[in-house]
Design a protein around this ligand. Structure first.
Ligand SMILES: Cc1cc2nc3c(=O)[nH]c(=O)nc-3n(C[C@H](O)[C@H](O)[C@H](O)COP(=O)(O)OP(=O)(O)OC[C@H]3O[C@@H](n4cnc5c(N)ncnc54)[C@H](O)[C@@H]3O)c2cc1C
Ligand code: FES
Ligand code: FES
Length: 1347
């Protein structure tokens, strides 16, 4: 250790409060400090990924800039910020912005009232990103808003309402979301009594902007004067903070920094920590000494010269962006080519928070192979100014430097002081290219920097540099190819030769890490082609004024090909939400049918909403971490715990032997015994005093295995080995064989649908508190099914259910992923609690959560469809296989639902549907929003597009022709009336102006070769509920207290879907009292027992009935009193009832909708009702890169009489965006050994705010009724998911247009997700043809496909 002396005091401020840390530990991040510091206890800032990739932990840091002397405010992800880096900084968390106890900040008020919160787990991060933006720009532009939020993920809302709230601060905001009309729809009806926008009973506003309090920048927390004084007279002394394992040294002068670097050459410089920290977490890198140059102003110097720009290595990427933008605005275009190229990538590199933290020096020195800036800096001839005690020197940022060659690298004692980037010159062109899974906040698959310099006045190449990222271990330069092209003319011949040479030089083996090899090879040449065209265009502009001796060398680019040049720009989404207003006679106090804000909305926005892990530390609490299998199928030979138990703080290790009751089931054990069935299966659990100790200990547990066979991962292998979890499920109608004999045409095809990770923002977590008496346990758990947790813990511990109470306050997103698995985590934690006698807290890291818990079942479907030439389908035979993973879980049920729902909206007389769940050595897949429907129905809809292609008709014609038209029976012989389905379809065609736009799309496609548009409209018939009556029962308990306040409890869980809000709307209507009298505290097994999982879109429906029942019972009891004193107040009636000994507590019960299915006969009444909908989406694809932009989506959904249109539209939008993710960007990658690679937001891309369609309209079908459900409402939790497939089919429509133009044969193998890789490779052209292809038998691929 360098400095054995005592630690210095670390001084910073949090929310205006001074923090002095005398023993600051450099390993402690700001996030854990805020959450765990027992004085601060600021749990509003959330943990969701720990890698800077989700923004849930966003806070604002303010510092005084030593150069400009201004206070700078910037958003950061607290999970990557070491507390030691905060010396002299002021931190503002969501609690510091405002509170419901004191004063709400307008950002908080507006995000809640605009319905921008559902589960609320992402909300504090969203608030902080927006708040920071407003601190810097009180009236931001919409583009700035989009940029500020691009680093924040939300899995629930679909982002639209979050943006809507932010837009209310923007300059451009026009108050009404009615797009394009130019005037507010409020003006339309002058005498409207409602303050909401209304036209012919159709409302288009979900909140009243006029009610919002104005933003008053003078009310913000000031920068602490003490910190100002500190900044004015900066400490020049070196500050040292000693932690348990790591020492942080922060010199006050540049000289000291150089001295320290000489003394500790191996110690890294820590700037943004956005590279160091992720490497420590994922690669186990450990640095005992960290040198922080945060106080060294020399590293932030920026100097402009006549020939270039020198930027200090310590400047953040956000600052670099500003500097470059300024330079671009000052200099002539020819000088700023490199700066423009850098700016282009700086816009899409990570999110705002990372750009605020990451330094230019850290970026360059990290030399990530995917670096977005290094390829441009390299071609732009940037040089690095290095400094050490020995002096300074300059090295080029060359290919050798990027490859890490010692001769071209920094010496260990050197630091990078600044970077010099020269101006470009006339006849020189620099461009940047990048393709990632999605447009924003995603690491690139491949990127490139390209520069060419021509001999003045000619098109002769004088100098050429091309570098690529993402195609090797480091940024790769195509130096040889470039040299060989010198002296050549910029023409087609050169292009061809360049492509061949580039492919030869930038070679990528078939097994290359990261996979997507052929795609990457194609991008190498596609990017060069784009560059070729760009330069050609520029050359033409330049050459024109010159005499052109060899003009024949400038091939004219036809307008059709110019589309290759344009990049998709991020656009701020617009749209309208339409819903039916309540009857004008409905009393104002009755909230049913009104867009009431989520009950917890304001608390979400202030961070005061308490989630499971926000519960303060309880006395003697211990932490648990899980040890999981690293083998897919193996015998456990031995488990050595000794080293783990030696670690200080470790209390115990829990194994299967410690379970007093049953260890799960025979096929699905809680803790593995003797053998493991998949990578990620839980084997044992460490219990320690802190989570850090527990995590360190699991690394020390040694498990030896013996591999078993056969190991099966893919559906193909499972079929080969006859490896299934349950018998086949089958439904049949008509005579399929006969029908195939009579049709005009038959087409067969395959559909592969990848799995999906739930990616709920709040990972799985549980706190088990053992009580001192009678083996009682209190369990606080994030679950959709507390009764299941309770039951599982009971059988695991072998104690009666009545000793165990499960509490669910709220869940940070579930989507089906918190139905089954929380019971496993609860039970293991409970074993730990029982064994140690201590409370146990178990919080899964994102990586573990994704590894251990399964998700949506991948699906492989085969179809054979027989049809007439007019598109009428006569026979359809579909066989589906889903990848169930290693245990049964819900796989049999998912198979059943899939088969039952497969017909979707179509009446086909001769049908056969078969489904099987495959047993494989992957983590068990489970329930996921839509429960098989989104995967299965993609097969059905793919049949439709195949028939359309064969008939030469548009798919919508085939859809219409085969859709249910009249009252009929479904395949399982349930009576069915398609009236609302047809209404949704027609309304969707109408509101989206589908037919006009179909023509416009065709026109566009004729005019553009490299960009294609696609449009698709998809109908949906989605059955709601469980296929069993007992699963539709629900209960509620309603207490009226003597002050008149009412406590409502019911069996549903608040997952963000607003069930509690809806329940209080029901209770308010029934009891005829305002919602302010009502309260819901939590869901607890002690108040409502034997509950059913909140799932299948039916929770609000059934629990609503139970609440209604309880309220009606109470009102009946109160009736005589009310009759006696009709003018009395509610409080007076309650007081009287109490006096008269009338019970003020009632249990409500709903026996459930009838539902059954007889699989033997293939008939039943499995679902209580259907939700209908239709969605139309239009996209544009870039055939050269595979990227797409979503131009517009229109959804029409039949919600009947929505209980709460804001919540229901929120569910539709959120599910749609989640579905869009399933079908476009969310891709799980497994190694050939069955290890999940994609374990965080970096590798697994859920939609971000920039993925929202540019125009996004949602309408609830007006005047629709259903007599069955509560107040004629419908459950809308899941159905929107499938409508995301309209984007998928729009993409495939665009791809089909490209393929048709290129004369490529139709392909009836459908693959979802339609990633950029798939799109690019499907749009085959001369570039895909020229890439080398490997024989798959000659290498082991990096990843395997399990669907
Ligand atoms: C969520 C997320 C998303 C990202 N997305 C992208 C993306 O889309 N595209 C992309 O290109 N990158 C991306 N990155 C990577 C990011 O650009 C780099 O991590 C960042 O630029 C590193 O800078 P830093 O200041 O945080 O480095 P640190 O982590 O602080 O340091 C990294 C290394 O640089 C060395 N170092 C730093 N400064 C100096 C110096 N002056 N002299 C000598 N050595 C020095 C350190 O010793 C250390 O070894 C992403 C990162 C995250 C976390
Ligand atoms: S970004 Fe910090 S938790 Fe995800
Ligand atoms: S509300 Fe955004 S993640 Fe749930």
């Amino acid at each position: 250790m360098p400095c054995p002396s005592r630690s210095d005091e670390l001084v910073f401020f949090v929310n205006g409060r001074k923090v002095i840390e005398r023993n600051a530990d450099p390993e402690v991040t700001l996030l854990s400090f805020l959450r765990k510091n027992w004085i601060l206890c600021l749990t509003g800032t959330k943990y969701a990924c720990g890698r800077g990739g989700c923004g849930a932990c966003t806070v604002m840091v303010s510092k005084r800039d030593p150069t400009s002397q201004e206070i700078r405010h910037f958003s950061v992800t607290a999970c990557l910020v070491p507390i030691c880096s905060l010396y002299g900084a002021a931190v503002t968390t969501v609690e510091g912005v405002g509170s419901i106890k004191t004063r709400l900040h307008p950002v908080q008020e507006r995000i809640a009232k605009s319905h921008g919160t559902q589960c609320g787990f992402c909300t504090p991060g969203m608030v902080m990103s927006m708040y920071t933006l407003l601190r810097n720009h009180p009236q931001p532009s919409e583009e700035q808003l989009l940029e500020a939020l691009a680093g924040n993920l939300c899995r629930c809302t679909g982002y639209r309402p979050i943006l809507a709230s932010g837009k209310t601060f923007c300059l451009e905001s026009n108050g009404c979301q009615q797009k394009g009309t130019g005037k507010c729809c409020l003006d339309l009806e002058e005498n409207d009594s409602s303050s909401l926008c209304r036209k012919r009973d159709i409302c288009t506003e979900l909140f009243v902007k006029e009610e919002f309090q104005p933003l008053d920048p003078t009310q913000e927390l000031i920068f602490p004067p003490e910190l100002l004084r500190m900044a004015e007279d900066p400490e020049k002394r070196t500050l040292t903070f000693h932690g348990e394992r790591v020492t942080w040294i922060s010199p006050g002068t540049f000289k000291d920094l150089l001295e320290l670097k000489a003394k500790h050459p191996e110690a890294p410089l820590i700037l943004g920590n956005t590279s160091l920290r992720p490497a420590m977490r994922s690669k186990g890198h450990f640095h005992p000494i960290l040198l922080s140059p945060a106080r060294i102003s020399e590293l932030n110097v920026v100097s402009k010269t006549n020939d270039g720009l020198t930027i200090g290595a310590g400047c953040s990427l956000a600052h670099v962006k500003d500097i470059l933008a300024e330079r671009v605005s000052e200099l002539p275009e020819e000088k700023t080519q490199t700066y423009r190229a850098l700016l282009k990538h700086l816009k899409s590199l990570a999110g705002q928070q990372i750009r605020n933290m990451a330094s230019l020096g850290g970026h360059i020195i990290s030399r990530h192979s995917y670096s977005d800036l290094n390829p441009i800096l390299a071609v732009g001839n940037a040089t690095l100014n290095l400094t050490s005690e020995e002096g300074t020197r300059r090295i080029p940022l060359s290919e050798h430097f990027l490859a890490g060659l010692a001769s071209a690298d920094l010496k260990p004692e050197e630091i990078l002081e600044s970077v010099y980037i020269p101006h470009s010159q006339k006849w020189e062109f620099v461009s940047a290219f990048r393709q990632a899974q999605c447009q924003q906040n995603a690491l690139p698959n491949v990127n490139a920097g390209m520069r060419v310099l021509f001999k003045e006045g000619t098109d002769i190449i004088e100098d050429l540099s091309i570098t690529y990222g993402g195609v090797g271990a480091a940024t790769v330069s195509a130096h040889k190819s470039c040299q060989q092209l010198l002296g050549r003319q910029w023409d087609e011949l050169m292009l061809d030769e360049a492509c061949r040479r580039l492919l030869d030089e930038v070679s990528l083996p078939g097994w290359a890490p990261g996979g997507r090899v052929e795609f990457k090879r194609t991008l190498v040449v596609s990017f060069f082609f784009k560059f070729y065209l760009q330069v050609l265009q520029e050359l033409k502009k330049l050459i024109r004024p010159f005499p052109v001796p060899n003009s024949r060398h400038y091939p004219e680019i036809s307008d059709r090909f110019l589309s290759a040049l344009e990049d998709f720009q991020g656009t701020v989404p617009q749209g309208v939400q339409r819903y039916q207003s309540v009857d004008s006679h409905q009393p104002l106090q009755d909230p049913v049918g009104r867009p009431v804000m989520h009950l917890s909305g304001l608390k979400h926005a202030t961070g005061e909403a308490e989630f499971c892990d926000d519960i303060p530390m309880v006395d003697k609490e211990l932490h648990m971490a899980l040890v999981t299998s690293t083998r897919a199928y193996a015998k456990i030979i031995s488990i050595d715990l000794s080293k783990a138990l030696e670690i200080p703080g470790v209390v115990d290790v829990i194994t299967a032997k410690d379970i007093p009751g049953t260890n799960g089931t025979e096929d699905d054990k809680l803790l593995a015994v003797d053998e493991v069935l998949c990578v990620g299966q839980i084997i044992c659990a460490v219990v320690a005093e802190t989570d850090v100790q527990a995590k360190r200990a699991i690394e020390k547990i040694k498990i030896t295995y013996e591999e078993l066979e056969p190991i099966i991962f893919t559906i193909e292998d499972a079929i080969k080995h006859n490896s299934f979890l349950c018998p086949e499920k089958k439904l049949e109608q008509g005579n399929i064989e006969e029908a195939f004999e009579t049709v005009d045409q038959i087409v067969e095809g395959e559909v592969h649908v990848g799995g999906q990770e739930h990616f709920y923002m709040e990972t799985q977590r549980v706190l088990v508190i053992p009580k001192t008496e009678d083996k009682e346990l209190d369990i606080y758990v994030s679950t959709q099914d507390p009764a299941h947790v309770q039951k599982t813990v009971s059988s695991t511990l072998n104690i009666p259910i009545n000793r165990i109470t499960c509490h669910v306050k709220r869940v940070g997103g579930g989507f089906g992923g918190k139905i089954g698995r929380p019971a496993v985590f609860g039970a293991i934690a409970a074993v730990g609690a029982l064994k140690t006698g201590h409370p146990i807290r178990l919080v899964l890291d994102r990586e573990d959560d994704m590894l251990i818990t399964g998700g949506r079942h991948p699906l492989f479907g085969k179809y054979k469809v027989g049809f007439m030439n007019n598109g009428r389908i006569k026979a359809l035979d579909i066989e589906c296989f889903i990848n169930g993973g290693c245990t049964l879980d819900d796989s049999e049920l998912v198979t059943e639902f899939l088969i039952l729902k497969l017909e979707n909206a179509y009446k086909i007389r001769n049908l056969r549907f078969r489904g099987r769940a495959c047993l494989t050595n992957l983590p068990s897949n489970t329930a996921f929003r839509g429960f098989g429907f989104p995967q299965g129905t993609l097969v059905t809809e793919s049949c439709i597009t195949a028939v359309a292609a064969k008939c030469g008709l548009p798919p919508e014609k085939i859809r219409e022709k085969n859709m249910y038209q009249t009252v009929d029976k479904t395949i399982y012989k349930q009576a069915f009336n398609p009236e609302s389905l047809i209404r949704c379809w027609n309304e969707c065609l109408d509101t989206s102006s589908f037919h006009n736009r179909r023509m416009q799309v065709e026109e566009f496609n004729k005019k553009n070769y490299w960009k294609k548009r696609g449009i698709a409209v998809i109908p949906m018939k989605f059955s709601v509920g469980f296929a069993a009556t007992s699963y539709h029962q629900a209960a509620a308990l309603v207490h009226i207290y003597t002050d008149g306040s009412v406590l409502v409890t019911h069996g549903g869980n608040e997952l963000g879907q607003g069930i509690h809000t809806k329940m209080l709307q029901v209770a308010s209507r029934e009891l005829k009292i305002p919602m302010s009298y009502l309260h819901i505290c939590e869901t607890s097994t002690a108040t409502v027992p034997n509950t059913i999982a909140t799932a299948a879109s039916i929770g609000a429906d059934t629990n609503g009935r139970a609440v209604q029942n309880a309220c009606q019972i109470l009102l009946k009891r109160l009736e005589p009193i009310i009759k006696k004193n009709p003018e009395g107040t509610w409080e007076e009636w309650i007081e009287a009832a109490f006096e008269q000994r009338i019970s003020l507590s009632a249990t409500g019960y709903f026996r459930g909708y009838k539902a059954f299915m007889d699989w033997e006969k293939g008939e039943g009444d499995p679902f209580p009702y259907y939700v209908y909908g239709a969605a139309c989406s239009e996209v544009e694809i870039d055939c050269l890169t595979g990227a797409h932009k979503k131009i517009r989506t229109d959804i029409v959904m039949d919600a009947c009489c929505s209980l709460n249109p804001a919540i229901d539209i929120g569910q539709i939008e959120g599910a749609f965006i989640q579905g869009m993710g399933l079908y476009t960007t969310e891709e799980l990658k497994y190694s050939p050994e069955g290890v999940l690679y994609s374990r965080g937001p970096d590798e697994y891309k859920i939609p971000t705010i920039s993925d929202v369609p540019e125009e996004f309209n949602v309408s609830l079908l007006p005047s629709s009724q259903t007599p069955l459900t509560i107040y004629s409402s419908k459950g809308l939790g899941e159905s929107g998911m499938f409508l995301g497939s309209s984007v998928f089919f729009a993409i495939t429509d665009a791809v089909a247009a490209a393929r048709k133009e290129r004369d490529i044969a139709e392909d009836f193998t459908v693959k979802s997700p339609a990633t950029p890789e798939w799109v690019r490779m499907a749009c085959a052209d001369r570039f895909t043809e020229m890439i080398p292809r490997d024989d798959p038998k000659t290498f082991k691929p990096w990843s395997i496909t399990v669907a």
